[in-house]
Design a protein around this ligand. Structure first.
Ligand SMILES: [Zn+2]
Ligand SMILES: [Zn+2]
Length: 389
């Protein structure tokens, strides 16, 4: 019997507005869009931020083409959650069928999401009109408190505390449960309770972590967002297993998100910072949650042979130090073969011996673990690092 596995991909993780600042490339600049492939092959997309365009460009028909249906849950109508819609190429293909789920906004009335589509594509905002969108589209209104089945998966919606409203979604699949709670601010007892219900015992709890705890208490109070600290507290209270920090502030550089993640890991055991291209597997044998990061996005790799000393932290949280040879390096990072398994999204000190004009010199680099794969050498793992300075 095969074990049920669900695959969750992060196509956009940035909050408020996309960023193209080079200091934000590592976590990524596209706005919210997630894709869940449930064990029964059901494809569920969460939010339609600019990350949706990327998903469209790598489009594969769900269930190997057996069912052309895709289910899209939209949490609310702020720009960063709908902006990818006109740029989602599968909407322009006749054979595709999309089921959209979202709430009735008091500002838009009946068929709120349908109106959003029409408004986004109205002249003079977009060059192509609605008639070009030939895919079948069905719109369903959902309200906080509702629960329904899609395939073998139960979806539950709950209201979250956010200006003009926002829905959080809990998806229970045979492989495990994920809770998606973007755009929410703690402090409203009733809505805090709905957040706790969404996150209760979830294998993955994705929570808004846009602001620092200090900002949340002072200058950003009432803006509708949360912090890593509130996420960690809720994860503990609700008994969630893994916390994913999400909706990074457009002003947060990669180094700032690194620091946010470091602090969160001191408060809660299993935490990741959502990163564009990250894939989380639910229900994999031996491990409830597995995370994989995208490969380094560079063609500038060169084969090399540098002796190096590497210091870091293992998956189990212990410091380690080992000597190795770096055989694959680029201007941005390297692939290093190690006996130790470093923690994903942790820092490594890499000291390499480089031949210089006055003999061998050592070069100190700070690497950040973005990928761990089975190594080609026996008993080794291949560790992808990005050099941060
Ligand atoms: Zn947002
Ligand atoms: Zn919002």
């Amino acid at each position: 019997m095969t074990v049920p596995i669900a695959k969750l991909s992060f196509w956009g993780v940035r909050g408020s507005t996309p960023t193209v600042d080079p200091a934000t490339w590592r976590y990524g600049g596209n706005t919210p869009c997630l894709e869940l492939i449930a064990p029964d092959g059901t494809q569920i997309i969460l939010d339609c931020g600019t990350g949706l365009r990327m998903l469209g460009s790598r489009w594969a028909a769900p269930n190997g083409g057996k069912t052309p249906e895709t289910h899209i849950l939209v949490t609310h109508y702020h720009w960063d959650h709908i902006q990818g819609i006109p740029f989602f190429s599968p909407l322009y293909v006749e054979n595709n069928e999309f089921h959209f789920y979202s709430f009735r906004s008091k500002f838009l009335g009946r068929d709120s999401l349908k109106q959003v589509f029409e408004a986004q594509m109205a002249l003079p905002y977009f060059p192509v009109d609605m008639s070009a969108m030939s895919a079948k589209r069905k719109f369903k209104e959902v309200d906080g408190g509702e629960s329904f089945m899609v395939g073998q998966n139960r979806i539950t919606a709950r209201w979250l505390n956010h200006p003009q409203g926002c829905l959080g979604f809990r998806i229970e699949t045979p492989a495990g449960t994920m809770a998606y709670a973007t755009d929410n601010e703690p402090g409203d007892a009733k809505l805090d309770e709905s957040l706790a219900e969404l996150a209760a015992g979830a294998d993955i709890f994705i929570n808004d972590a846009q602001f620092t705890p200090e900002q949340l208490e002072t200058t950003r109070k009432g803006w509708g967002h949360s912090s890593w600290l509130e996420g960690a507290k809720m994860a503990r209270q609700a008994g969630a297993k893994t916390l994913v920090l999400f909706h990074h502030d457009p002003d947060s550089t990669d180094r700032m998100v690194d620091s946010i993640l470091r602090q969160a890991r001191e408060e809660f055991d299993s935490v990741f910072a959502a990163s564009e291209g990250m894939v989380v597997t639910l229900g994999a044998p031996g491990d409830r949650v597995q995370a994989h990061m995208p490969g380094t996005r560079t063609a500038l790799r060169r084969e090399a042979h540098f002796h190096a000393k590497v210091c870091g932290v293992t998956e189990g949280g212990k410091d380690f130090e080992e000597e190795t040879v770096v055989r694959d390096i680029s201007l941005q990072g390297a692939l290093i073969s190690l006996k130790h398994m470093p923690r994903l999204q942790s820092e490594l000190q890499v000291t390499m011996e480089a031949p210089g004009a006055d003999g061998v010199q050592s070069m100190n680099l700070r690497g950040y673990v973005v990928r761990i794969d089975t190594g080609t050498e026996k008993g080794h793992v291949a560790v992808g690092v990005v050099f941060t300075d």
